[in-house]
Design a protein around this ligand. Structure first.
Ligand code: NAP
Length: 217
């Protein structure tokens, strides 16, 4: 049985879930910062599980080449496999459409019982752009947001944005400071290109996968 179909089968037993974290991201590549954030937020909000959703064709990303979604999906699987509360979904990478979060959340809402609460987890940088996302007003009714801040990012800007989004769309956004997000996918890609070490920035199986497949060189 392929890893793809195992996730589908797991998702047939969705009825037991009440609170689910949705970890949306390009994950190009996934790293320990993402994993720490997901685990910390899972514990803080008592989430039953965190569903990692690598983007397919992400909005806002036309200016840079993102590696094939198949690689990003497998790296995400490798990174999360040891945590029984983590799952990976191919919902976006299997779609040929642009990965608008509103479409993903609507599909998930159909999959899970009506009273399931969804917490969309992403970086504060992405949250600061939220008012440019498709149907942000509808989206705000369907899920809550958790924004992970990164050292060096203006907290004032994030706070102002959170206030503005609440005022305009009633968007619920919780900000969470997790210093380990100083690790970034951009920095990891740069290090690989420049033959610098990436050890301990991401899980070892992901590191091996990157070298084996000659990614980011
Ligand atoms: P991004 O520009 O790659 O990420 C923005 C920042 O957030 C980066 O600093 C990134 O760090 C960090 N980040 C990304 N995913 C994260 C996560 N799950 N937790 C914590 N930090 C995270 O943004 P993106 O990955 O394209 O988009 C993030 C999510 O927002 C995706 O699910 C995407 O589909 C959604 N989105 C939706 C719309 C829309 O519906 N119109 C528009 C934009 C984004 P790293 O580089 O280290 O990952």
């Amino acid at each position: 049985m392929s890893a793809f179909s195992q996730v589908d089968i797991a998702d047939q037993y969705v009825n037991r879930y009440k609170k689910i974290g949705i970890m949306g991201g390009t994950f190009d590549p996934i790293h320990n910062g993402h994993l720490v954030i997901a685990e910390q937020i899972r514990c803080k909000y008592k989430l039953d599980k965190v569903l990692f959703i690598p983007t397919g064709t992400p909005p806002h990303k036309s200016n840079r080449n993102i590696i094939d979604s198949k690689h990003r999906y497998f790296m995400t699987l490798l990174a999360t496999v040891t945590n029984p509360c983590f799952e990976v979904s191919k919902i976006e990478i299997e779609s040929n459409e642009i990965s608008y979060t509103i479409n993903t959340i609507k599909k998930l809402k159909e999959m899970y019982p009506k009273d399931t609460e969804l917490y969309f987890i992403t970086g504060a940088d992405a949250i600061c752009q939220l008012d440019t996302w498709k149907n942000v007003d509808d989206l705000s009714k369907l899920c809550k947001f958790v924004a992970a801040t990164r050292p060096g990012h203006s907290l004032k800007e994030v706070d102002e944005k959170i206030h503005e989004l609440y005022k305009n769309y009633n968007t619920f956004i919780q900000k969470i400071d997790i210093p380990v997000l100083a690790i970034s996918s951009t920095d990891i890609r740069y290090r690989i290109k420049n033959k610098q070490s990436i050890k301990y920035l991401l899980p070892e199986p992901v590191e091996y996968y990157i070298y084996k497949n000659n990614l980011y060189v």
